[in-house]
Design a protein around this ligand. Structure first.
Ligand SMILES: C[S@@+](CC[C@H](N)C(=O)[O-])C[C@H]1O[C@@H](n2cnc3c(N)ncnc32)[C@H](O)[C@@H]1O
Length: 389
C-alpha cells in the first residue's frame, strides 16, 4: 500500500482489485498537481456555487482527499467505484459524505468546482462535458489535469468548444493542468451530445450481419466493428435450447445479441465493468430483438468480471477479453475472467475466447481447464474453446 500525502491529509490508497504484489500507485503526479493548485489558489470548496464534482478520478484519490467538501465523483468504471469505496472506508470517511455517480446518472444540477482527470477516450470526455455543461455557470472553477502524454490539442479544443476559453499550465513532473474559464450564459441551448451512435453491420459479420449496433461514448470500438470481434462473430458456437449464455466484457453487446438471435430459447447475461458498455449492450439487444425480449431473456449487469454470477449456473461464456488496462498491455484481467468463467460454468459448460494469436491464451486455458481446443484461427486471431470437466 502507498501513502498519498496532500495538503488535506495523508491517505493509504489502493487500486481495485487489490493485489499485494501490485507496486503501481493509486494516484499520480497529475492528482498531486491538481490538489496543490486548489490549495495554492485558495479555491473555495464550500462555496455557494454548487457541488464539487470530480470527473474521471481513477482510483478515488481526489474525492478521498476532498471528502470534507462532500464531493460528487462521476465515473464510467465500476472498478473505479470499488477502489473509491475501499479508499474512503480506509480513510474513515463516513458513508454518504462522497456521492458516487456513474456516467449514466443525472449529474448534479449546479456545479461550483469541476475537476476533470482527462480520460483516455476523447469521445467519453466530450459526452461527459456536454452532459455537465448545463450545470456549469460563470463562477464555476474548472480545472482539468493529466499527464503530458494524455493532454492533446484536441483535448483543449474540446474544453474550449463545450465550456469556454482554455489554457494549460506549465508541466510539473510530467503533469499538466487545464485551466478553463466558463463562458457566461448566453441563453443559447447547449449543444446536445452526439452519442449514442448506431451503425448497421455489413454482410461479412457472420451471425451479426445486418444487426444494428448501438454505441455510447467511450466504449471499445464505438465507431466500427473490431476485427477480432468480426472473426468471433463468424465462428460462434451453434446451440439450441435453453442455453444460459454470458457475454463477458460485453462492450456494445454485439456478440451476445448475435448468439441470442441464433438461439431463440437462450437467455443471455451481458456484463461489463463500464456503465456505458452495459447501456450500449441493452440498446443493441433491444434494437434487434425488441424491448419485450430485452426484459424477458436478457440481463444487463455492471460488475467486475463474473462477480455477480452464481457458481455452476452458466452453459456458455463468450469472451473477447481486454488486453489493456489503463494504458498498459496486460493479461491480468483476461486471466481473472477465465478463472471466473470456470467457476460460473456448470460441469460440461464451455468458455469460448477470441484473442490475438500472440497472447498465448491457450496456455492459460489449458492450465486452468485441463483442456483447450482451437476452433478457428487466422494469421492474427484464434478462437479457443475450453470445457469445464
Ligand atoms: C476487447 S473489449 C470486447 C468488447 C465486446 N465484447 C466486443 O467484442 O466488441 C473488452 C471489454 O471488457 C470490459 N472489461 C474490462 N475489464 C473488465 C472487468 N474487470 N470486468 C468486466 N468487464 C471488463 C471492457 O470494458 C470492454 O468492454
Amino acid at each position: 500500500m502507498n501513502r498519498f500525502t496532500t495538503g488535506w491529509g495523508a491517505y493509504d490508497l489502493t487500486r481495485f482489485p487489490e493485489d499485494p504484489r501490485d507496486t503501481l500507485r493509486a494516484w499520480d503526479a497529475a492528482d498531486e498537481y491538481l490538489l496543490r493548485h486548489l490549495r495554492d489558489e485558495g479555491v473555495r470548496l464550500d462555496g455557494p456555487g454548487g457541488a464539487v464534482v470530480a470527473l474521471g478520478d481513477r482510483w478515488g484519490a481526489l474525492v478521498t482527499a476532498l471528502a470534507a467538501a462532500r464531493p460528487v465523483q462521476i465515473t464510467d468504471s465500476y472498478l473505479t467505484q470499488c477502489a473509491t469505496r475501499a479508499n474512503l472506508r480506509r480513510a474513515g470517511v463516513p458513508d454518504g459524505a462522497v456521492t458516487l455517480l456513474s456516467s449514466r446518472d443525472e449529474p448534479p444540477a449546479r456545479v461550483g468546482v469541476l475537476l476533470v482527470r482527462v480520460p483516455m477516450s476523447l469521445a467519453l470526455l466530450e459526452d461527459q462535458l456536454t452532459r455537465l455543461a448545463p450545470s456549469v455557470h460563470e463562477d464555476t472553477v474548472i480545472v482539468g489535469a493529466g499527464m503530458v502524454s494524455e493532454i492533446h490539442t484536441s483535448t483543449l479544443k474540446l474544453f474550449e468548444r463545450v465550456l469556454g476559453p482554455t489554457r494549460t499550465s506549465l508541466a510539473v513532473r510530467k503533469a499538466r493542468l487545464i485551466l478553463c474559464e466558463p463562458r457566461p450564459a448566453t441563453g443559447a441551448a447547449t449543444p446536445a451530445t452526439p452519442w449514442p451512435r448506431s451503425y448497421v453491420l455489413p454482410g461479412d459479420a457472420g451471425a451479426a450481419s445486418g444487426l444494428t449496433v448501438v454505441n455510447h461514448a467511450g466504449i471499445f470500438c464505438a465507431d466500427r466493428l473490431d476485427i477480432g470481434t468480426r472473426f468471433f462473430l463468424n465462428h460462434l458456437p451453434k446451440r439450441s435450447g435453453a442455453t444460459r449464455i454470458v457475454d463477458l466484457g460485453c462492450g456494445n453487446g454485439v456478440v451476445g445479441t448475435a448468439a441470442a438471435l441464433a438461439d431463440p430459447g437462450a437467455t443471455v447475461t451481458f456484463t461489463d465493468e463500464s456503465y456505458q458498455a452495459v447501456a450500449s449492450a441493452r440498446a443493441t439487444f433491444a434494437a434487434n430483438a425488441g424491448e419485450a425480449e430485452a426484459g424477458e431473456r436478457a440481463r444487463f449487469l455492471v460488475a467486475d468480471s463474473l462477480s455477480g454470477l452464481e457458481p455452476d449456473s452458466v452453459d456458455l461464456v463468450l469472451n473477447n477479453p481486454p488486453f489493456h488496462s489503463h494504458r498498459a498491455t496486460t493479461d491480468t484481467t483476461a486471466r481473472r475472467m477465465f478463472a471466473d468463467a470456470r467457476r460460473a460454468l456448470r460441469p460440461g459448460g464451455e468458455l469460448w475466447v477470441v484473442g490475438n494469436r500472440h497472447l498465448g491464451y491457450h496456455i492459460r486455458l489449458r492450465r486452468l481447464f485441463g483442456n483447450c481446443e482451437l476452433v478457428a484461427g487466422d494469421p492474427k486471431f484464434v478462437i479457443l474453446r475450453a470445457v469445464k470437466r
